[in-house]
Design a binder for this molecule. Structure first.
Ligand code: SF4
Length: 216
């Protein structure tokens, strides 16, 4: 099992030597806002909106003080913008009142913020705080199951499963590579199995070779 996991990691590293998050941010607060906005919305749209938003609001206090109608107006092109505006304002107030005005680095504190679950918290830990964390989004969930690294539809169980198999120093890059791989290759519909470099190590019964040669 360990060898197979090592092979998967090596192959992913070859395709994505330096995987990066698609969301734009300059600090933990901006990544927190961007991840809240990104729920069921494209990263492209979030980046378009956040580039304006981050010029207008610079600090936690700015978000805590803004009138909700103004913030809703600023993010109205984002899905569920009303809920998200409320999360952002409540979260900013909580950060000031309970965490000394700084986005906490601890997962147990991060998940107490409105609109923040383990996935978002782990994205923050891995990317804004440069820690090691496995964030199980829809892509990581699907690809892990197809590859046979997990056998559950529960993201928390899959996270636990993956953290037991993947060396800790690779948790964040593994997550980022899996997100990119899930978006580009192992897509939900019509995965590109025929050109997938992981074909040989993939355990998905539905994998299909369609057209081109494996690994090319
Ligand atoms: Fe995904 Fe197909 Fe590659 Fe398996 S072979 S990892 S299902 S794209």
């Amino acid at each position: 099992m360990k060898e197979r996991v090592g092979e998967i990691l090596n192959l992913l590293e070859k395709i994505y030597p330096e995987p990066k998050l698609a969301l734009s941010f300059n600090n933990p607060l901006e990544l927190l806002i961007a991840t809240i906005l990104a729920a069921q919305c494209t990263d492209l749209k979030v980046n378009q909106i956040s580039s304006r938003l981050f010029k207008k609001y610079k600090s936690v206090k700015d978000y805590a003080m803004v009138d909700i109608k103004d913030l809703e107006n600023d993010i109205k092109e984002i899905t569920f913008y009303k809920n998200k505006a409320a999360y952002i304002i409540k979260g900013a107030k909580k950060i000031i009142e309970e965490f000394g005005g700084k986005v906490p680095q601890d997962i147990s504190k991060l998940i107490t913020l409105p609109g923040v679950g383990r996935k978002t918290a782990n994205i923050l830990i891995g990317n804004a705080f440069k820690g090691q964390a496995i964030a199980v989004d829809t892509h990581v969930l699907r690809v892990s199951n197809r590859l046979g690294l997990a056998t559950s539809s529960d993201p928390d169980k899959v996270e636990e499963n993956l953290t037991r198999q993947i060396p800790q120093e690779k948790w964040t890059t593994f997550t980022l590579a899996m997100i990119l791989f899930g978006r580009k290759v192992c897509t939900a519909k019509n995965p590109k199995c025929g050109t997938c470099v992981l074909y040989g190590v993939c355990r998905w019964e539905g994998k299909k070779i369609s057209g081109k040669k494996i690994g090319k």
